[in-house]
Design a protein around this ligand. Structure first.
Ligand SMILES: NC(=O)c1ccc[n+]([C@@H]2O[C@H](COP(=O)([O-])OP(=O)(O)OC[C@H]3O[C@@H](n4cnc5c(N)ncnc54)[C@H](O)[C@@H]3O)[C@@H](O)[C@H]2O)c1
Length: 255
C-alpha cells in the first residue's frame, strides 16, 4: 500500500478486543495509529504491542461520551501524528437484557456510547477528513444486531441501526469531497464484550445458539474484522461508499 501518501488513523475503542486488532493491522499496513479509548492502561498496552511489531501508535485516553474529552483527544493525536485521514469508530458497549426489564438510565448510557459518542468523534475529525479528499475514510463499526435485530439487545441494536442510517447519509454529504463512509458489521466475535453477553443464563444460551447457527462453525475473531476494515481503509476502496459489510461467517446474508 505504498501509494498512500497520508496514513494517519484514529481508532476508537482501541484498548481491547476488535479495536486492538484494528490498531495492529492498520499499523502493519503502514498507518500511524492514534488510539482513543477510556481505558488508559489498555490503550498503552495496544501501543506497546504495535511498537513491538514495528509499527507506530500513540494513545490519548478519553471517554467518547464527553465532548470536551473527545475534542482534547483529537487535538492531542493531531499534534502527535498529524491530521488523520482515517477514522474508525469502533468503541462500543452493551448490556444484555430484555427491553421490558430495562430502564431509561440504561438506554441513555447505550445511546451515549454507541451512537452519540460516534457522532462526537466523527464531528471532531471531520475537517481533517474532508481535507484529505480521496484519501479520507470513515469506517463505522456497527453490528449485525443493527441489521437483523437481536433479542436481549434492543436498544443496542437500535443504536447500531442508527449508525448505518447516519453513515449512509454522511456518505452522501461527503461524496463531493471524495471521502468515503462505510460500515462494518461484526457478527458474534470472540471478545470481552461477547463474554459479558454470555454471563447470564439466557445470554449464554443465545451465544451458544448463535455459534451453532454460524455457517462457518466458529465465532469471529477480531482479526477477521480487521481484514475488512483494512480493505475499506485502503486506496483500493476509493470508489466504495455508503456500504455495509457483514463479517459474520455467513450468519446473516440478508440484503
Ligand atoms: N464482540 C462482538 O460480538 C461484537 C459483535 C458486533 C459488534 N461489535 C462491536 O464491535 C466494537 C468493538 O467491540 P468489542 O467486541 O471489541 O468490545 P470490547 O469491550 O472488547 O472493546 C470495546 C472497547 O471500547 C472501549 N469503550 C467503551 N466505552 C467507551 C467510552 N465511553 N469511551 C471510550 N472508549 C470506550 C472499551 O474501553 C474497549 O476498549 C463495538 O462497537 C461493538 O459494539 C462487537
Amino acid at each position: 500500500m505504498s501509494e498512500q501518501a497520508s496514513m494517519v488513523a484514529v481508532v476508537t475503542g482501541g484498548a481491547g478486543g476488535i479495536g486492538r486488532a484494528l490498531a495492529l493491522r492498520l499499523a502493519a499496513d503502514g498507518w500511524a495509529v492514534g488510539v482513543l479509548d477510556r481505558d488508559a492502561d489498555g490503550s498503552a498496552a495496544t501501543c506497546d504491542a504495535v511498537r513491538e511489531a514495528g509499527g507506530h501508535a500513540v494513545a490519548s485516553p478519553a471517554d467518547i461520551t464527553s465532548e470536551d474529552e473527545v475534542r482534547a483527544a483529537f487535538a492531542s493525536l493531531r499534534e502527535q501524528l498529524g491530521p488523520p485521514n482515517l477514522l474508525v469508530n469502533n468503541a462500543g458497549w452493551d448490556v444484555f437484557g430484555f427491553f421490558k426489564d430495562s430502564d431509561a438510565a440504561t438506554w441513555d448510557k447505550l445511546i451515549a456510547i454507541n451512537y452519540r459518542g460516534m457522532l462526537l468523534c466523527t464531528h471532531a475529525a471531520l475537517e481533517d477528513l474532508r481535507a484529505a479528499g480521496d484519501r479520507g475514510r470513515i469506517i463505522n463499526v456497527s453490528s449485525d444486531a443493527g441489521r437483523v435485530g437481536s433479542s436481549g439487545e434492543a436498544v443496542y441494536a437500535g443504536c447500531k441501526a442508527a449508525i448505518i442510517g447516519f453513515s449512509k447519509s454522511l456518505a452522501r454529504e461527503l461524496a463531493r469531497d471524495l471521502v468515503t463512509v462505510n460500515v462494518v458489521c461484526p457478527g458474534p466475535t470472540d471478545t470481552t464484550l461477547l463474554a459479558s453477553v454470555g454471563e447470564s443464563e439466557y445470554g449464554a444460551k443465545v451465544v451458544a445458539g448463535l455459534k451453532r447457527a454460524i455457517p462457518f462453525g466458529r465465532l469471529g475473531q477480531p482479526e477477521d474484522v480487521a481484514g475488512a476494515v483494512a480493505f475499506l481503509a485502503s486506496a483500493e476502496a476509493r470508489f466504495i461508499t455508503g456500504q455495509v459489510v457483514s463479517v459474520s461467517g455467513g450468519l446473516t446474508m440478508a440484503g
